[in-house]
Ligand binder design. Structure first.
Ligand code: 5AD
Ligand code: SF4
Length: 454
């Protein structure tokens, strides 16, 4: 028997691109590989297996994968590192990846993570590249292990996947497939396991999360509002968020949940993409700019302090200057706390890629610059407005400087404050002292001191 009989620990490096769903999927891939002796490392150097969990949403995101694969090839040549491409590029390009980068060992789509051990074993045996981009009828969720320890304080939980909306610019309905909601009991089990591991905030994930319609133990269908109310009963779960929502699925019960469920945080990412009715129609968004504004008014009535964020696309085919201005007008009217904005990127296989009047890059650049300047202004104003206020901050982890913790306000603003490590996981009233470009600084508000000095 060897002196050291510990099992050989294999090193796994996962690089995640794109959305929070991929972050969640990467954690699940690490969980399914753990029983095979894989433990995660920070860099690809010396790793036995490198997984690129990829994003296909825009061309730039997809191209990054091939340049990263090129960088990893020498590592494979030198150490025999196994290379796997997972996620949406794998789903969309499948065989084409193996044609372009034949040294890749495993290609697997987002519905095949539970088969990862089998695919990796095949590749290890040298049985050739393993490819799995099927949409199996069985749910991968039935095969995934419960969340491991060390989840941190804020965790993601996928409740819904896929999209049936078919916005004309978007690849998601093709890469992630049709809408699917998990069963309520399974979601609650996963949420309870997370909370038992020290998680205090759960973000419910779905490509179209507010289209959620899961079935409970009694066979009743629950919408997202009802799910949030049910999860809010879990002892120790302080905060619930959800992303990403579609304006068309924002039903009255979910809006009511924002009024009656304090655990549901007053922050909503509700992409609108454009403020022009003609473009909203061409994008197949299924609503007008006014319908979006009416929805925001309803939400603000239910939860007056709700903050909003959105996604915007500039330079969609045929976008005129006036249509672009309509987007700026909508932004001025809503006032967003933060937002994401992108130049339109034609994606193969989507209807918009075939439209005439693609907008030149220089015009797209100019519009994006203008739009982002306005959004930045609004974000700064939103953050500056919290200076001086006392807000509940859920502290999550150590900050960059010694003795510092980073946490979040209900409105998803990062806050750093001087605090001992054991304050992580607690919600503490914090006076906001200053607002920087990307975070706020604060000091925990000592109520006893205030009373003494009063
Ligand atoms: N080009 C640019 N942006 C896109 N998005 C989705 N598809 C495209 C595309 N083809 C943006 C949308 C979406 C976000 C996740 O990515 O704004 O809400
Ligand atoms: Fe893509 Fe539209 Fe579905 Fe969002 S709603 S994932 S933008 S098709």
């Amino acid at each position: 028997m060897p002196l050291d009989s510990r099992p050989y620990v294999k090193k796994l490096h996962i690089k995640t691109y794109g959305c929070q769903m991929n972050v969640y999927d990467s954690a699940k891939m690490a969980d399914v590989l753990a029983p095979l002796g894989y433990s995660q490392v920070e860099t690809p150097d010396g790793a036995d297996l490198v997984i690129l969990n990829t994003c296909h949403i825009r061309e730039k995101a997809a191209e990054k994968v091939f340049s990263e694969l090129g960088r990893l090839k020498p590592l494979k040549d030198a150490n025999g590192t196994l290379l796997a491409v997972a996620g949406c590029v794998a789903q969309a390009e499948g065989e084409a990846i193996l044609a372009r980068a034949p040294y890749v060992d495993v290609v697997l789509g987002p519905q095949a993570y539970h088969r990862l051990p089998e695919l990796v074993a095949r590749a290890t045996r040298g049985a050739g590249a393993a490819l799995d981009t099927d949409f199996p009828v069985e749910s991968k969720f039935d095969h995934l292990p419960a969340p491991g320890a060390n989840q941190g304080v804020a965790a993601f939980l996928t409740v819904q996947e896929g999209c049936d909306k078919f916005c004309t610019f978007c690849v998601v309905p093709y890469t992630r497939g049709a809408e699917f909601s998990r069963d309520v009991a399974a979601i609650e089990r996963e949420a309870r396991a997370l909370v038992a591991n020290g998680v205090g905030e759960i973000t419910l994930l779905g490509q179209n999360v507010n289209a959620f319609h899961g079935v409970d133990e009694a066979g009743n269908e629950l919408g997202l509002g009802a799910l949030a109310r049910r999860l809010a009963r879990i002892e120790g779960l302080h905060r619930i968020r959800y992303t990403t929502s579609h304006p068309r699925d924002m039903d009255d019960d979910l809006i009511a949940a924002h009024a009656d469920t304090p655990e549901l945080m007053p922050f909503l990412h509700l992409p609108v993409q454009s403020g022009s009715d003609r473009l909203l129609e061409a994008m197949n968004r299924g609503h007008t700019a006014q319908a979006y504004l009416d929805l925001i008014a309803k939400l603000r009535k239910a939860r007056p302090d709700i903050a909003l964020s959105s996604d915007f696309i500039v330079g969609f085919p045929g976008e005129t200057e006036a249509e672009f201005e309509a987007t700026l007008d909508l932004i001025r009217e809503v006032k967003f706390a933060q937002s994401f904005s992108f130049k339109y990127s034609p994606r193969p296989g989507t209807p918009a890629a075939l439209l005439d009047k693609q907008i030149p890059e220089a015009v797209q650049d100019e519009r994006l610059y203008k739009l982002q300047a306005l959004l930045r202004e609004q974000q700064d104003a939103f953050n500056a407005a919290t200076v001086g206020a006392i807000v509940p901050v859920l502290y999550e982890r150590a900050g960059r400087n010694a003795g510092q913790l980073i946490g979040k306000t209900p409105w998803l603003q990062a806050v750093h404050a001087q605090l001992p490590d054991d304050a992580a996981g607690k919600v503490l009233p914090t006076r906001i002292l200053a607002s920087g470009a990307n975070s706020l600084s604060g000091v925990v508000h000592d109520q006893t001191q205030e009373r003494l000095s009063a």
